[in-house]
Design a protein around this ligand. Structure first.
Ligand SMILES: [Mn+2]
Length: 299
């Protein structure tokens, strides 16, 4: 699997999962920025997942979840696009959009390898269900859908559900009560920012390596949400949480990523260009992150 190092780029300009405008602009901006940067490997093929306008009268659902039908349609298409590209032995880079796209991307990786490991790099755990969610926004639910804990059609997007022990949260620091309960009951692998800063990112990467070996994981999917960073470092995101990760944490993470099972897919989500400054500092940081994350895998 993945004998070649070609990149398949998938763009998903969606904001419906966050219900906040701006993130739909990120794929075009990042795509232009990485094609201008000669330090990022060339993209072999690009797929645009169509994000249609919301219908005038959106159908109700009993959970009052926002934009459910549109998000389900988009994620079904995304899952099959990801699995097709993985089957063609390409490395899949998906540019969001909000983090609701994690349902589709990880579903695609699961079609390729049922035992795929997932690093959910995020300030949040994103494992609320339709009933535990305080906001009714789907970008806080992808992990619950992937684990099969949802009740709506979100649950049926993955053709097989992920084992909770194959998910590794890095940078989490804002758990809702329902998520806290799940984390304790299922003994989830959550590496909080506090823990990372206590023991150091290097030690955390070693813990990840050992746990992934224990689970027999051969392939890795990295779902990278920029809100994992401290808002002082990366303010251009919509759901900011204080006390996040810093540049040296990221450098260690990216440097040691090749010591983990081979990464086959990377999602880059929740960058909101409308919240960037005039100098586009966050756009430049985003390109730097992508470059460092991709270096060991492609090109
Ligand atoms: Mn997220």
């Amino acid at each position: 699997m993945n004998e070649t190092n070609d990149i398949a780029l998938i763009c998903v300009p969606i904001w419906y999962g966050s219900d906040i405008h701006g993130m739909e602009q990120a794929p075009d901006i990042l795509r232009a920025a990485i094609s201008d940067s000669n330090s990022i490997p060339t993209v072999a093929t690009t797929t645009e997942i169509p994000v249609d306008e919301l219908p005038q009268n959106e159908p109700d659902n009993i959970w009052n979840v926002k934009h459910l039908e549109s998000i389900v349609v988009i994620n079904r298409q995304l899952a099959s696009a990801v699995s097709q590209q993985l089957a063609a032995k390409r490395f899949v880079l998906t540019l969001g959009g909000d983090h609701s796209i994690g349902i589709g991307t990880v579903s695609g990786s699961l079609m390729h390898d049922k035992n795929v490991g997932v690093i959910w790099f995020d300030a949040h755990c994103d494992m609320n269900t339709e009933t535990s969610s305080p906001t009714c926004r789907i970008h806080g639910m992808p992990i619950a859908a992937l684990m099969g804990l949802c009740q709506s059609p979100l649950n049926d997007i993955p053709t097989c559900h992920i084992k909770p022990e194959n998910i590794f949260w890095v940078g989490a620091r804002d758990l809702d009560p329902g998520e806290q309960e799940l984390a304790e009951r299922l003994h989830l692998h959550i590496y909080s920012t506090k823990h990372i800063h206590q023991v150091g990112m290097k030690a955390v990467m070693e813990e990840l390596r050992k746990e992934m070996t224990k689970q027999g994981i051969e392939h890795l999917h990295l779902s990278f949400d920029v809100d994992a960073f401290d808002p002082k470092l990366f303010p251009a995101t919509s759901v900011r949480v204080a006390d996040g990760l810093w540049m040296d944490d990221f450098d260690t993470f990216a440097t040691l990523l090749p010591t983990l099972p081979k990464m086959i897919a990377l999602d880059f989500v929740e960058y909101n260009p409308l919240l960037d400054n005039e100098q586009k500092d966050c756009e430049q940081l985003a390109v730097l992150f992508l470059k460092q994350l991709l270096t060991a895998y492609v090109g």
